[in-house]
Design a protein around this ligand. Structure first.
Ligand code: SAM
Length: 188
């Protein structure tokens, strides 16, 4: 078993260190519901997950997964873009997870976009509590292209270091553009 883990693993590992029973969190990209279910388990029966996606089919898959795992009652599924997060979330959050790109098994043309992703990251930065975490797994290359990755990576480098600590990790010698992991912690 490898010691160095991929971006998805790292995102789950860090988020699971901060999210506790009863917390409120955001899954900015529901997709097939894996991250929403992961978060729903972490927040427990007393917590709440706001889970966004622009595709009805993604939300249906997520709903089915949550129902099967008896987790639906702690998740608010929202059929809207994460850039509109502030319309729906009006309490401080412990963490927000972004898993960028297109829906696996879905239409590769309907993916996240740099402009709206950055708007949503800014909203999450407002909502997150001190020492809360924003995790972003950035898929790029192939059908995702490079625009969003370039915009997001350029943006995170401009964030005020007094307000957030921002970290980026990636494998530098793998083929096929392995996803990049970005993690932001709000400073106290
Ligand atoms: N986290 C998911 C999981 O656990 O299966 C995978 C997410 S998938 C890589 C990206 C998702 O983002 C797609 O389902 C896509 O529809 C969604 N998406 C694209 N633009 C969006 C937006 N502006 N707001 C919310 N979701 C968006």
């Amino acid at each position: 078993m490898c010691i160095l883990k991929n971006s998805l693993y790292q995102s789950h590992e860090i988020v699971s260190r901060v999210v506790c029973n009863g917390d409120i969190v955001v899954d900015a990209t529901a997709g097939n519901g894996h991250d929403t279910a992961f978060l729903a388990k972490l927040v427990g029966a007393g917590g709440l997950v706001y889970s966004f996606d622009i595709q009805e089919s993604a939300l249906n898959t997520t709903r089915n997964k949550l129902e099967a795992e008896n987790l639906l009652n702690r998740v608010n599924l929202i059929h809207d873009g994460h850039q509109n997060m502030m319309k729906y979330v009006n309490k401080p959050i412990k963490a927000a997870m972004f898993n960028l790109g297109y829906l696996p098994g879905g239409d590769h043309n309907i993916g996240t976009r740099g402009g709206t992703t950055i708007e949503a990251i800014k909203s999450a930065m407002e909502l997150v509590v001190p020492h809360g975490i924003i995790s972003i797994v950035v898929y790029y290359g192939g059908d995702s292209g490079f625009d969003e990755k370039n915009e997001v990576i350029n943006y995170i480098k401009t964030i005020d270091c007094k307000k957030f600590s921002v970290m980026q990790t990636e494998f530098v010698n793998q083929i096929n553009c392995p996803p990049i992991f970005v993690c932001m912690e709000k400073n106290a």
